[in-house]
Ligand binder design. Sequence first.
Ligand code: FEO
Length: 635
Amino acid sequence: MQSLQRHTSKCAGGPVHTRKASRAFVSRSSRSLAVKVQSVAAPTALEVTSTASDVPYKMSQVVMWSEGKRLQTQVLPVAEDTITIRSLDWDRDRFDIEFGLENGTTYNAYLIYGADKTALVDASHEKFHNLFLEALQTELKAAGRSLDYIFVSHTEPDHSGLVPAVLDLHPDAVVCGSKVCISFLQNLTHRPFKAQVVKGGDKVDLGGGHVIEFVMAPNLHWPDTMFSFDHATGVMFTCDAFGMHYCSEQPFDADVKTILPHYRFYYDCLMKPNAKSVTTALRKVKDLPYSLIANGHGPLLRYNVAELVGDYGRWSAALSKGSTSVAVLYCSDYGFSDRLSQTLAKGITKAGVATDMIDLLSVDPQELVSVVGRASGLVLMSPPRDNADARTSLAALSSALKPKTKVVIAESYGGKDEPVDVLAANLVDVGAELLAPPLRVKDLPSQPTYQLFEEEGTDLAQALTAKEAMARKKAAMSGDVAKSLARLSTGLYVVTAQHNNARSAMVASWVSQASFEPLGLTISVAKDRAIESLMQVGDTFVLNCLGEDTYAPLLKHFLQRFAPGEDRFSGVNWFPSPTAKCPVLGDAIAYLECRVVSRLETPDHWVTYCEVVGGNVTNTAARTAVHRRKVATYY
Ligand code: FEO
């Protein structure tokens, strides 16, 4: 909550460095929000608007895509000689299935007009084929330019999907990217193109001071990710890093209070599993005088650069300082190995344990030995059969694994997976302890698959830290304080939530009314609870009140330890709530339908503030069960 409150005005915090970035546009915009765009000619297909930003921008017509989803492009200047073409995916509601989106997303690309050369940074998603190419060609024509370079931050299709199409229009453009990136693109395009493999510290001079320096930022969040920094403007192009899935016409981080939950959720899902890589990347860029973060998703960071970049540092450092870590071994670009391993890692980091993400197909064996040697736990995603690189890595793994290392093994759904039973037997032979039978993926991964993987990751982390977590709880308060705190009495409740076909439940007692108008309440949810993923800002759930004479069977059922992915409602009488469509327990005495408004972070819980959107009493004669404790070191 501290960070939610600190940005009360759009200038609070201020940029890290105040160079000349954006100055031309700030002064122009301050004249009038309704001013017509003068800096770039308005093409016929674009409507000139300027309402939500202090920088004038142009919006394209809306194009309808699959199932009535709206697509649109937005073009505006963001720094001297630099414009963005933002592809607005207004209604996208899922990202990689497990990543529910409340506010769509954007794919941000950029044009840099050097004095001599012109460069495009990233190239949007294939679904924007016509919209993006039209905007690109229009801007280049208006500027009297052709494309000399394409800087590809990494090779995920939401940013590189249109690189082949751009090359069709600009066959002489030189594609700059990391070695892995260029190799991937060569496989993707199936045709020759001019390529320049770049390393960290390499520079491309576009003229007029626009010297672009590349910074390798592997695992943020793709193995081949790189940042590009423009020494003329102080703009740092970071693609996925420092992004968020949030689509609006406001191109900048002016309303930080609104976007911060989305920024944090995105970090937790995509960057937290790579916290060590985040720390490394921040160290690499700390001496670069960046003043604007030109990210690949959501609003650009302009007004709160120091705070928001600092958040990445703080969140990552908090996770990295623990002594427990899990090595997550996966195979990039093989089946669903990337996605599923990230989901496992998300579950692990939810429980406060750091992860080291290792690509089995490209890791140096010595590095693998080093990471596995210091890891407390291991996740092994099944690699493709008969792959020489994978075999080398597996041999190194067997030699490095410490006896009694807790291991999770999972299929990658790649079509030719190494059998997981064979992998499990080999690791058990060298002393590993399987946390559970290998995770098998029989169908295209869906939301329940990702829920299963996330919960398995949390289970692994909890198994690794159970003893130390209990010791920490006991050490946190004296016996007298623990007894007096336990004199706070509460009710007994069961929280139930459902998204599509994923649902979960938990017993809750830290519940309190918090507002009259509108009706609001708070519920504290431990960070490593499975249901936490279904209680993000905007999500709905039901609070079921238990009766003092009838609570025991429900409590016994919901307090049992469920296996990852296990249906919490098996054998339970329930019906969907009228508004939120979340489970209402038939044996509850009353229920409240709630929508999450905000979340306040404490060291080990999220205090979830929710508006009450519905409810009813189902047993008017019954009284609410009261929860009393002897000591406050337990719930
Ligand atoms: Fe936004 Fe890694 O793609």
